[in-house]
Design a protein around this ligand. Structure first.
Ligand code: HH2
Length: 294
């Protein structure tokens, strides 16, 4: 393993606290559970479109150890087209409202749309997950105004076109530079540094080779000044490597990437299979920290 540096060494305090939430990194990496309230997400589309079932799944993920529940109302899989703000709000708001009342962990809203994000914040969301890394600068203003953390993800192009012909001269350098410049912009717009998370955006405008290069060099992101989040869960590059077409069956490949990320010092992993990945995260955290009691 290239780096054993934890993010606490580069990012300061182990506890990140804000009016609507708190994240504790003292045991190492923590886990974000994915809750897609969509009919067409690549791996669980349609499973949680019903609000009652979505809330149940969110509660289960929190009970299983997820430290954040990430609620999304629009699939951003390759080739997907955007849907209206109204439709997204209709999907996510009832779920966020119900979950915010029932779970202690923060709920993040997976959206890059200002109106959707604002509605989600008013419904009780406590974090922003923006796959466009503040392409709309008003998103940073929302984060500052509601005093919530923001996840900045890198994407080349848009979901509709991003996988047609992604190109980089130096994918690691370019993605990192982009994220650092957006993180600086967020700080300038009033988001404190400890509330900013950077994410290289695995699978978003990246070939298999790009994804592997980013994962092989994840220590370079960890060594930057911001905490890192990674989402590899069930993604198609794992299907390409393992020959498994069904995304829900890509658990072992996902586990391998999660183990690698945790060992490299990543702060948050975004996953669908919370129970299984909790075992991976706990095991690697214990090895890294030399602590058998976590
Ligand atoms: N990946 C997906 C969606 N949102 N957000 C961040 N920060 N990082 C990611 O890697 C990421 C993300 C895609 O996964 P999923 O939500 O399961 O699929 P879909 O977009 O089809 O709903």
């Amino acid at each position: 393993m290239k780096s054993r540096k934890t993010q606490a060494e580069t990012c300061g305090e182990n506890i990140v606290e804000w009016p609507r939430g708190r994240l504790d990194f003292s045991t190492g990496c923590i886990l974000m559970g994915v809750l897609n309230v969509t009919p067409d997400s690549f791996s669980d589309g349609g499973q949680f479109l019903n609000a009652g079932r979505a809330v149940e799944h969110g509660l289960q993920m929190a009970a299983d150890g997820a430290a954040i529940i990430d609620v999304g109302g629009e699939s951003t899989r390759p080739g997907s087209a955007p849907i209206s703000d109204e439709e997204q709000v209709k999907r996510v708001v009832p779920v966020i409202e119900a979950l915010a009342e029932k779970v202690k962990v923060p709920i993040s809203i997976d959206s890059y749309k200002f109106e959707v994000t604002k509605a989600a914040l008013d419904a009780g969301a406590g974090m922003l997950n923006d796959i466009t890394a503040l392409a709309d600068a008003r998103m940073a203003e929302l984060a500052a105004e509601y005093e919530v953390p923001v996840i900045l993800m890198h994407m080349q192009g848009t979901p509709a076109s991003m996988q047609i012909k992604p190109e980089y001269k130096n994918v690691v350098g370019e993605v990192l530079e982009f994220l650092l410049s957006r993180a600086k912009r967020a700080e300038q717009l009033g988001v404190p540094k400890e509330r900013i998370f950077i994410d290289p955006g695995i699978g978003f405008g990246k070939t298999l080779e790009h994804n592997l290069l980013l994962l092989r060099n994840i220590d370079k992101f960890v060594a930057a000044d911001y905490r890192v989040l990674i989402g590899t869960s069930r993604k198609s590059f794992i299907g390409k490597l393992t020959g498994i077409d069904n995304p829900a069956k890509r658990i072992f490949g996902t586990a391998a990437t999660v183990a690698l990320c945790v060992a490299a010092g990543v702060s948050i992993v975004r996953v669908h299979d919370v129970t299984e990945m909790m075992d991976v995260v706990k095991t690697i955290n214990s090895i890294e920290k030399g602590n058998e009691n976590i």
